[in-house]
Design a protein around this ligand. Structure first.
Ligand SMILES: NC(=O)c1ccc[n+]([C@@H]2O[C@H](COP(=O)([O-])OP(=O)(O)OC[C@H]3O[C@@H](n4cnc5c(N)ncnc54)[C@H](O)[C@@H]3O)[C@@H](O)[C@H]2O)c1
Length: 327
């Protein structure tokens, strides 16, 4: 199968490209190596992808380019059977211009959809986000929960998702939008609670909690994200649908900091600082639809996944830590 992974040098796209190449597919990765975080982490992901193609039966090609480049996207989509569209300005951050979320996440997605309209694509799988829900009216969120995002990032993901649904209905393009709930695991990007807490504790520094730590999150282990995406290579039951992908387990940010602290440096005290108000209070994934449509079952509780990530971090600290701690 010819598979285009946009954002394939990033955290999730990097894992997808690695797995597809190992499984014998011909993978093209498109990424612009956006300087949002250290380029060397993305280069490492590319190396891992290349090695997995060499170890398996697949192939791996990197195209350094931008999803906002409609001509380039048209050429790449024309050659693909599947597009796993992960490229985005990811993350809910107050210091990123709203327009950047819009141009990359909405215009970039529209380029992929337009290109698909003129090609013979088997399926587009779009990386959406739990941020489309905004503050919870009830929990866990099912896919019918109102979508009232509270950040420009969430608004951009919702707009892109809606375009995907319209292209699916109107132009009969098989598109599935997976609403990921905060993803973590090996090679995760910096500036996320789990990687921050682990890095700080490993260095004898207290974990810093923004706000009072009472926000709760559903964190999803990267392997589960891979399982959901891989299922969509063959399965058409989810075409035209939005589907939550989470662990369906939750933890408060304070409990998460304590869990990491207890595992890594039990003598440290937690530190609290002023919170961002751009983020939803609570997230919790209802995953019945994912189970019914694609047989999705999360494999780990958050505690088990965090323990696994800490173990991976220790084994990979030498190369990973300088890239996430900004050295
Ligand atoms: N990690 C999470 O917790 C999470 C949660 C919900 C949704 N998502 C979504 O999943 C996808 C992957 O997220 P991630 O955590 O791997 O983030 P990431 O930042 O590691 O990966 C995104 C990749 O896209 C690339 N990119 C950015 N702008 C681009 C552009 N204009 N053209 C081409 N490439 C571009 C970046 O260089 C990066 O390598 C994103 O769409 C994100 O919004 C992630």
């Amino acid at each position: 199968m010819d598979i285009l992974v946009t954002g394939g040098a990033g955290f999730i796209g990097g894992h997808l490209a690695e797995r597809f190449a190992r499984n014998g597919h011909d993978v093209v990765v498109l990424d612009n190596f956006d300087p949002y975080y250290d380029r060397r982490l993305k280069e490492h992901n590319v190396e891992v992808g290349r090695e997995s193609a060499a170890d398996g039966d697949g192939s791996y090609r990197l195209v350094e380019g931008d999803v906002r480049d409609d001509q380039l996207i048209a050429e790449l989509v024309a050659d693909a059977d599947y597009v796993y569209h992960q490229a985005a300005q990811a993350g809910v951050r107050a210091d990123i211009e709203p327009r950047k979320y819009h141009t990359v996440n909405v215009d970039g997605t529209l380029n992929v959809l337009e290109a698909a309209r003129r090609s013979d694509i088997e399926r587009i799988v779009f990386a959406s986000s739990s941020s489309v829900y905004g503050n919870a009216r009830y929990l866990p969120y099912d896919e019918e929960h109102p979508t009232t995002p509270v950040s420009p990032y969430g608004a951009s993901k919702l707009a892109a998702e809606r375009y995907a649904m319209v292209y699916s209905d109107r132009y009969d393009i098989p598109v599935v939008s997976l609403r990921y709930f905060t993803v973590y695991g090996p090679r995760m990007r910096p500036n996320m609670a789990i990687s921050n807490f682990v890095s700080r504790c490993m260095n004898g520094e207290p974990p810093v909690i923004y706000g009072d730590g009472s926000k709760t999150r559903d964190f999803t282990y990267i392997e589960d994200i891979l399982d959901a995406n891989l299922a969509l290579l063959g399965e058409d039951a989810a075409d035209g649908e939005v589907v939550n992908i989470g662990s369906s387990d939750t933890i408060s940010i304070e409990q998460l900091a304590e869990t990491v602290r207890d595992a890594v440096a039990p003598d440290l005290e937690l530190v609290y600082t002023e919170g961002y108000d751009i983020d939803a209070e609570h997230t919790h994934a209802g995953i019945e639809k994912a189970h019914d449509l694609i047989g999705y079952e999360p494999s780990r509780t958050i505690e088990a996944g965090v323990a696994e990530f800490i173990e991976w971090y220790r084994a990979n600290r030498e190369w990973y830590e300088p890239l996430v701690c900004g050295e």
